[in-house]
Design a protein around this ligand. Structure first.
Ligand SMILES: *Cc1c(COP(=O)(O)O)cnc(C)c1O
Length: 467
């Protein structure tokens, strides 16, 4: 992590530029006593607000920037995104309509086009940014419902929980999809499920939020095509692994990511692996005619027009121009490429999960749960009694101890169905419906060189809680 103070000259540069821009409109009425005051408060008052703000921010948060934070799916954004977002706020463009922010609307199109290129969608695909993955998926489910109003949306149990929630919001029927014992959609069983024609679209998750497993999209797609079923890919977390190589990805996982280019719609979250601050999600539709569902009276051609107002194809009205600007800045600094920019970053994260898992395999007091397909490592401390209740209790204690000890490591807890757990670990009795294990999202490239340290710290927490 860099020292935030290295950004000071750039912040100065931004302030100078914005000040010069304001000077072009020098006839604007000035706030009274501008040198010392802002609207409604003076500089001293603002300073004291910031003092308590900073205090709360830095005492209450885990060190997300540090590799010892290996818990949930989050990390600080790229400095290009921070500066880009910060500068845009002085202007506060709204990307709802072109005249709400012409430059950031143009940047949104360029940034979405870069995502489109990375995902392998055709040049005329329709897409836009959203406030996050949930809203992006809501839009994809909305188009699924509108295009097949009498058919259900197929959702596997391992899909993100918001698919059920948003289907409920949409009053769209959902149907469960058959999965293998890791929660991945099972292609053979899917063929039978789709045969009766009750499902119009399926949701395929490329990188589940829990275990990070990947539905075999390359085998699922031909089956869906055969039955005339649409495929929506939820790659909110995993989409940027399109830039990863095999290895560290396995060849079959790589094949699944390669197949995204054939999907009907896809969601990707730049605020997860795309180095962005929250809220930045994106949805793309392969067929630009999907735009007809957003407005009632516009002809289809309107949606391929170059002057398209992004607000016309978004369920949200106001959207942060700053988010588009931040993503655009980041993509100039960190291109979406395999060999440079983001590719090596995601490869390092994937390698970290693999090398930590290899270390965990050699440890008697810890058991690997899933072999990582993406950059999530899952494992559990071995309890003295072989039943699921003991695994949960042990995981909780190690989780607490790991972040309280002198040299901390921050993990996350994850709950899996006991039936799934005992399938993979048959020496354990299922005494509860679900079992809590440990989960680590290794989404910073610095995790790669930190694996040994993380491992030692977890082992210390295991030893300290052994009773
Ligand atoms: C994070 C995530 C979502 C939800 O996205 P938000 O940006 O948190 O709203 C949906 N699907 C998957 C697979 C995710 O990982």
């Amino acid at each position: 992590m860099y020292d935030p103070r290295t950004l000071l000259p750039l912040v100065h540069r931004l302030c100078t530029h914005l000040s010069e821009w304001q000077d072009q409109h020098a006839d604007a009425p000035v706030d009274s006593n501008t040198a010392a005051s802002f609207v409604g408060c003076d500089v001293d008052a603002l300073e004291s607000v910031l003092t308590s703000y900073l205090d709360r921010l830095t005492t209450g948060n885990y060190p997300f920037f540090h590799p010892s934070y290996a818990g949930q799916m989050l990390k600080p954004p790229h400095p290009a995104a921070i500066l880009g977002y910060w500068a845009a706020q002085f202007i506060n463009p709204n990307n709802h309509a072109l005249d709400g922010g012409p430059p950031t609307s143009a940047m949104e199109k360029e940034a979405v086009d870069a995502l489109r290129g990375m995902l392998g969608f055709p040049g005329d695909a329709l897409g836009h940014l959203t406030s996050g993955g949930t809203i992006a998926n809501l839009e994809a489910l909305f188009v699924a419902r509108e295009s097949h109003p009498d058919q259900a949306i197929g959702v596997a149990s391992s899909a993100h929980y918001t698919h059920s929630r948003m289907s409920h919001v949409l009053r769209a029927d959902t149907a469960p999809l058959p999965t293998d014992d890791w929660g991945r959609i099972d292609p053979d069983a899917l063929n039978a499920t789709l045969a009766n024609g009750s499902i119009g679209t399926i949701v395929c998750t490329l990188g589940t939020t829990g275990l990070g497993v990947v539905d075999p999209l390359h085998t699922i797609l031909p089956i869906c095509r055969h039955h005339g079923v649409r495929v929506h890919v939820d790659a909110a977390y995993g989409g940027f692994f399109r830039l990863a190589t095999a290895p560290p990805l396995s060849h079959s996982t790589k094949a699944a990511f390669d197949a995204i280019s054939e999907a009907d719609s896809v969601v990707i979250d730049p605020h997860k692996h795309g180095l962005q601050p929250y809220g930045c999600g994106a949805v793309l539709f392969r067929d630009p005619a999907a735009g007809r569902f957003y407005a009632h009276d516009s002809p289809y051609t309107y949606f391929t027009s170059d002057d398209l107002h992004l607000g016309e194809i978004s369920l949200e009205c106001s959207r942060a121009g700053a988010a588009a600007g931040a993503l655009w800045c980041t993509l100039q600094a960190v291109p979406l490429a395999e060999g440079e920019g983001l590719g090596p970053i995601v490869n390092a994260c994937l390698s970290a999960a693999r090398s930590w898992t290899a270390r965990l395999h050699k440890e008697e007091t810890l058991t690997v749960y899933t072999e990582p397909e993406t950059d999530i490592a899952t494992f559990f401390p071995v309890p003295s009694a072989h039943h699921t209740e003991a695994v949960s209790a042990r995981s909780q204690r190690v989780f607490d101890q790991a972040m309280q000890q002198e040299e901390p490591v921050y993990l996350s807890l994850y709950s899996v169905p006991s039936a799934q757990f005992t399938t993979h670990h048959p020496t354990y009795a299922a005494t509860t419906d679900t079992v809590t294990i440990l989960r680590s999202v290794l989404m910073k490239p610095t995790h790669e060189a930190y694996v040994d340290t993380m491992h030692e710290r977890v082992c210390k927490a295991v030893a300290a809680t052994q009773s």
